[in-house]
Design a protein around this ligand. Structure first.
Ligand code: UDP
Length: 424
């Protein structure tokens, strides 16, 4: 089988990367095969999907993506030259929410059917990578069916803030039994997995990485002119609209900052329309008028961040990672972020950004006021933050770390002849 010699060399040397080996051999084959089948349940462009976009692009010569829902993620992958198939999940599976345990149990039959269909696609690939919980449940069973190793990329905090107890237990047990590796996007995510009962030995931490070149230094006024935004102190929030992302905290803070405007960038991606509506009501309640602009989902985040004086992160529950926090730093703007979860691994308070207690609108207002009052200090903070983000959270570093984990999984696989035989 193509690639076997390469894998053996890799195991002996232990340093070369797997993607380079396989891509070199199979770059011309169509459809792409013999690499990784990436599976994601979502068709929207959330942070997990944007991270997967970079990884899938890197592996596109040998690998493909299966989505369990259609949406803007599909054309984004296609534009990146990634082979993508949509395997529409059954309505019963689509309806399962993170917080619903019973719904999850009822969806068992649908999961089994889904995993059978996925297994057929996955036969062309050596490894199944699951980019979300739902994808992992389906992917783990598919992998077991056809003897492929399954890697779960855990991008969520398995805590009561985000998941039902039964949902956490179920997925963690499945991981302990069937995952070859659990890649966590921060140490906080890894710790939550272990606290939920996950085996520590399964975990590798691979921080998300962002393409720094997408965030070139940009003049604030020029960015505002380009966007036709008014002059004046402006802060920006760049998250999907969801109660736990805490955009309401920003609006509460603005009520205490009469001279400050806000850009609220992002949409309700997973059905949080009631929350989106409540934000508009809150604006009216605080009489914020045209000081707040809801811009919906945007693809020009670097330009919008450049137009801001400060980038704010307001999650009220621990953030697994927080891509937008890194992006704020890369954009060269001072970042104020909620002190919890993965954000603590990104921001050092007073050095690379400001940390505030989650949900504390008063503290947010104080931090914004202080940064606006002392521009030289804010600029220093932003410059240190940008240098740190470029060095620590680069896309290249993420890809190298990811590749290393995949290589380890495949090498371990080859040392277990029975498993390898089943896989081929
Ligand atoms: N984002 C975007 N357009 C928007 C709002 C957000 O492209 O209108 C991007 C944002 O730049 C970031 C990602 O969505 O890259 C959100 O990732 P994060 O880790 O902050 O949150 P998640 O969605 O994964 O919970």
């Amino acid at each position: 089988m193509p690639g076997r010699g390469c894998m053996l060399t890799l195991c002996a040397a232990g340093r070369a990367t797997w993607s380079a080996c396989v891509a070199g051999e199979e770059a011309t084959s169509k459809p792409p095969r013999d690499g990784i089948l990436f599976v994601d349940h979502a068709g929207v462009l959330g942070g997990a999907e944007l991270s997967l976009l970079d990884i899938a692009r890197h592996y596109r010569d040998t690998s493909a993506v299966v989505l369990l829902a259609d949406g803007p993620f599909r054309p984004a992958l296609e534009e990146a030259g990634v082979h993508v198939d949509v395997l529409l999940a059954e309505p019963r599976l689509r309806a399962v929410r993170r917080s619903s345990g019973v719904g999850g149990a009822l969806a068992l039959a649908a999961v089994m059917r889904e995993s059978r269909r996925l297994a057929e696609r996955a036969r062309l690939y050596r490894l199944i990578h699951c980019n979300s919980q739902k994808a992992f449940v389906v992917g783990a069973l598919a992998g077991r069916r056809i003897g492929r190793p399954v890697v779960w990329h855990l991008r969520d905090m398995l805590t009561a803030d985000h998941f039902s107890r039964i949902g956490r237990l179920g997925v963690v047990r499945l991981a302990n039994a069937l995952a070859a590796r659990v890649i966590c996007n921060s140490q906080a995510t890894a710790d939550a997995f272990v606290r939920a009962g996950g085996r520590a030995g399964l975990v590798s931490v691979v921080y998300n990485g962002i393409d720094g070149e997408a965030f070139p230094p940009m003049d604030r006024e020029a960015a505002r002119r380009q966007l036709d935004l008014p002059a004046g102190c402006t802060v920006g929030s760049f998250s999907r609209l969801a109660p736990w992302k805490g955009q309401h905290v920003l609006l509460d803070a603005l009520a205490q900052l009469p001279d400050v405007r806000a850009l609220v960038v992002g949409d309700a991606l997973f059905g949080e329309d009631a929350y989106a509506a409540s934000l508009r009501t809150l604006c009216e309640h605080h009489r914020l008028g045209d000081r707040v602009r809801f811009l919906g989902f945007r693809r020009d985040v670097p330009l919008l961040m450049a137009a801001c004086d400060i980038v704010v992160h307001t999650a009220v529950a621990p953030e697994p990672f927080g891509r937008m926090v890194v992006e704020g730093m890369l954009s060269g703007r001072p970042v104020v972020a909620a002190d919890a979860g993965g954000v603590r691994e990104i921001v050092t308070d007073g050095r690379t950004g400001c940390l505030i207690p989650p949900g504390d609108a008063g503290a947010l207002a104080v931090a914004i006021r202080a940064l606006l009052a002392d521009r030289p200090a804010a600029d220093r903070l932003a410059a240190t933050g940008r240098a740190w983000a470029l060095a620590r959270f680069s896309r290249d570093r993420m890809l190298a770390d990811f590749d290393q984990v995949i290589a380890q999984v495949m090498c371990a696989r080859r040392r277990t002849p029975a498993a390898a035989d089943a896989a081929h």
